[in-house]
Write a protein that binds this ligand. Structure first.
Ligand code: PMP
Length: 409
């Protein structure tokens, strides 16, 4: 049985009042809250084990190194990667994508080669490819979406050619919540000899990831969106690609031998982990993964599905609201606009009710202009949200009408 009230007890931040009202945290697509066990392992690490890793022979360094490397194995199992050295720790999804664009793209692409993204990408999955296109004289192609907020697969198939070298698509849209058919898209890219990167920022807290089953070449995600701390992320990459990629940054830890004449690099995964890593963050991420695994991703997914359909039905009580996505496969994100009222005003009114939502362009400006809006509101749910919170949210939205009654026609 999924007991959300028990689960909520694990998240201390949720036990607070904002403007005299219980906090309703619906900004989970931006970052999730952290359970006590994650906070505890970070504190324990600093209190008992803090040392730099891989370099020291003293006990603290050995302990810190063991925990850091155990975290790598934990992530490997979580996403079902073949080997632990296919897990590279980064700062987050953004750095993971930049790493691939810079290192794989910079070394493997030729002028005239094509990179495919979609119309629903986050800036993190647009701008690094623009850098690469500029640097290597490659061409960026963008697949359109339909009015429901789904990628047009026929257009995707038609865009693929022998010139396509990289496809980089979000698993779940951070604005629309659309769950893209990435397994099918990956197979199609491979038929054309292109490699496929999945921007997984919005996925691992909501659905099970199996990189071998997906057969993706790279999968990028962020700790802070899956109950872990900020400043840490993961790049999964197939060994055969990571092996041929040059290092992304130079510095300590990533070398085998350095001389002024020539430097040789460390093996995977260290070749891509230059400098002192976010050790406590990595250990915290592994604890978040243990927490998610103990709850069961299938249980979380089923619970969130019910909560999403509850919020989608409830919001129909407010005729002034238009929901931006009708995708048939959707994760727990609800973006909407309110007739005649700016998204920031709605978010401010809701904040006074203790409700945290996101308003703006959600780092997806091209998508917003495609949708014909400059800003939208986004309520994004997580495993600890409840139907009562949805009710408070809808009641809060009804207050918007009272405040703006003179301008809403
Ligand atoms: N891609 C998507 C789909 C996202 O939602 C986000 C975060 N909003 C990112 C990439 C970037 O993640 P981060 O800021 O953690 O690097």
């Amino acid at each position: 049985m999924y007991n959300v009230e028990e689960i909520r007890k694990d998240f201390p931040v949720l036990r607070q009042m904002i403007h005299g009202k219980p906090l309703v945290y619906f900004d989970n697509a931006a970052t999730t809250q952290k359970p006590q066990c994650v906070l505890d392992v970070i504190l324990k690490y600093y209190q008992e084990d803090n040392a730099n890793i891989h370099r020291g022979v003293h006990t603290l360094s050995e302990r810190a190194t063991r925990k850091y490397e155990e975290a790598r194995e934990c992530i490997q199992k979580f996403i079902h990667a073949k080997c632990k050295y296919e897990i590279i720790f980064t700062k987050g999804t953004t750095e993971s994508i930049n790493l691939v664009a810079h290192s794989y793209g910079g070394s493997q692409l030729q002028p005239g080669d094509e990179i495919i993204i979609s119309h629903m990408e986050h800036h993190s999955n647009i701008v690094p490819w623009q850098f690469l296109c500029e640097q290597k004289k490659c061409i960026l192609k963008v697949i359109p979406i339909n009015s429901r907020g789904e990628i047009l697969l026929e257009d995707y198939k038609n865009s693929l050619s022998s010139k396509t070298k990289i496809v980089s698509i979000t698993h779940i849209s951070n604005v629309l919540g659309s769950v893209n058919p990435i397994k099918e898209m990956i197979a199609l890219a491979h038929e054309r000899g292109a490699i496929f990167l999945v921007d997984g920022a919005q996925a691992p807290a909501h659905t099970r990831i199996d990189v071998q089953d997906l057969n993706c070449d790279f999968y990028a995600f962020s700790s802070h969106k899956m109950l872990g701390p900020t400043g840490v992320g993961v790049l999964y990459g197939k060994e055969k690609y990571l092996e041929i990629m040059p290092p992304y940054q130079g510095g300590g830890s990533m070398i085998r031998q350095v001389s002024f004449e020539k430097t040789t690099y460390a093996d995977l995964p260290y070749k891509f982990e230059a400098g002192t890593q976010a050790i406590a963050g990595v250990i915290g991420l592994a604890e978040a993964v243990r927490y998610l695994t103990a709850l069961g991703l299938e249980n979380i997914e089923n619970y969130e599905k019910k909560l999403l359909s509850y919020i989608e039905n409830k919001i129909l009580e407010i005729p002034e609201i238009t929901v931006l996505s009708q995708a048939l496969k959707k994760s727990s994100i609800l973006s909407f606009v309110y007739k005649g009222v700016h998204a920031h005003d709605i978010a401010t009114i809701l904040d006074h009710e203790g409700i945290a939502i996101r308003a703006g362009h959600h780092c997806a400006m091209p998508l917003m202009s495609h949708l014909g809006v400059d800003a939208s509101c986004r309520a994004s749910l997580a495993l600890y949200n409840t139907q009562d919170e949805v009710d408070s949210f809808v009641e809060g939205l009804k207050k918007v009408k009272e405040v703006f009654k003179s301008v809403i026609t």
